[in-house]
Design a protein around this ligand. Structure first.
Ligand code: MN
Length: 407
């Protein structure tokens, strides 16, 4: 390769203004190439290409090469926010150098992997619209929301080992369900999705330490899209009194790209008004930064859009969820993943799961391939999302997709 002046600014062919993955986005992932399938490397998406950031950092003599020399994002995530910001600023500069051209791989020629090693996984239930709909479906004679709902972000601990990257087939789970009043065993007949947003913890905390609302950005590295696959018949039989268990632990899919929080500054918005006012550790009315995010999600089944849930409608914010996760002194580990809960808006076409969209099968969706109450074998579900970026741009949040294979 001829020596080129790295400061000769001539950008690769990306229109940063219109591209969802322009210089304002720069999400992180992990990839390999066909010639070295066992060598997983950290990549940054730029347009329709992936920058091998460790090789680029080494070639350019960057002080951050060490933290990028790994098959997962965890060492970078553990390094903390000052390093995240420095690396991001460096990458934003590098993409203008012709010298990095050899380190850019077309997306179509790489394999994307689970971008981080998942430590613990928790899932919340923070959409008032979703919780209200679920309450109406399952408890039509009582109040839709449980008495605790507006006092704390309800959640449960899930299964970290079955978090899989987008594209991984989802095997229809077996389990117990009720047939009339009789428990029977077999493949779930009510396989559902939950369109969610995942938050990835970078910097850990100590046992006994609380993470206040104001420290959210010091701990959370970034955001991914997440599909919390759910077997509703298994779930509804098993969940009393301890909550979801096997009905949700068989697979949780995440996008291959983690968008840094720093890329989402233009998407920050105030959350909806909260009434009653939460207890002080959850009260964000005096926080300097708004806690909500304006993320627009699209849910497609077999390529057909079935819902467009708005993340802006979420009642509890990711900062409140993190404060609640740690208020008892539970520590955070690098790689902890916590999900928002099903994202549903106030309108029928904004509901983020089939349970709500079909009202538990009563109103099947009319799709080009036939009616759907719940998912059938061979169905493919894809979540995508975008967020407002700086100066009128838009950021893509990648996609999370999965196809159902028979039990
Ligand atoms: Mn969920």
């Amino acid at each position: 390769m001829p020596q080129q002046d790295p400061f000769d600014l001539a950008r690769p062919a990306v229109n940063d203004r219109d591209d969802l993955y322009g210089a304002h986005n720069l999400p992180y992932g992990v990839f390999s190439t066909p010639d070295e399938p066992g060598r997983k490397r950290i990549g940054v998406r730029y347009g329709d290409r992936v920058l091998d950031v460790h090789t680029a950092a080494t070639a350019l003599g960057s002080p951050h090469a060490d933290v990028l020399a790994h098959p997962t994002l965890n060492p970078l995530m553990a390094a903390g926010r000052p390093t995240w910001r420095a690396v991001r600023a460096s990458v934003a500069t590098w993409i203008g150098y012709p010298a990095i051209e050899p380190f850019l791989h077309p997306l179509t020629e790489v394999t994307l992997h689970l971008p981080f090693e998942v430590a613990d996984y928790a899932d919340f239930y923070s959409s008032e619209h979703h919780a209200t709909n679920v309450g109406r479906i399952f408890r039509p004679d009582g109040p839709a929301l449980t008495p605790n709902w507006k006092h704390l972000p309800i959640g449960y601990h899930g299964r970290a080992g079955t978090v899989v990257v987008s594209g991984t087939p989802v095997i229809r789970p077996n389990g117990q369900r009720l047939a009339g009043d009789t428990p029977v065993f077999g493949p779930t007949q009510r396989l559902d999705i939950e369109a969610e947003v995942g938050f990835v913890v970078g910097a850990p905390s100590r046992l006994g330490e609380r993470v206040p609302l104001s420290a959210f950005r010091e701990h959370v590295f970034g955001v991914c899209l997440l599909n919390d696959w759910s077997a509703r018949d298994v779930q509804s039989w098993e969940y009393r009194p301890l909550g979801p268990f096997l009905g949700k632990s068989f697979a949780t899919s995440v996008s291959a790209w983690v968008t840094p929080l720093d890329a989402l500054d233009a998407a920050r918005i105030p959350p909806p008004p909260r009434d009653p006012r939460p207890l002080p550790y959850l009260d964000d009315t005096a926080e300097a930064e708004p806690g909500g995010f304006d993320l627009r999600i699209t849910v497609a089944v077999n390529g057909h859009t079935v819902a467009e849930p708005p993340f802006s409608a979420m009642y509890w914010t990711a900062a409140q969820q993190l404060a609640h996760l740690t208020v008892n002194g539970a520590s955070l580990r690098t790689g902890d993943l916590y999900a928002s809960g099903t994202v549903s808006g106030p309108e029928p076409h904004q509901r983020g799961c089939l349970l709500e969209l079909t009202w538990n099968g009563r109103d099947p969706l009319d799709l080009p391939g036939g009616k759907r109450a719940y998912l059938e074998d061979g169905d493919e579900v894809t979540l995508t999302a975008w967020a407002p970026g700086p100066e009128g741009t838009r950021l893509g949040l990648g996609e999370v997709t999965g196809r159902i294979v028979p039990a």
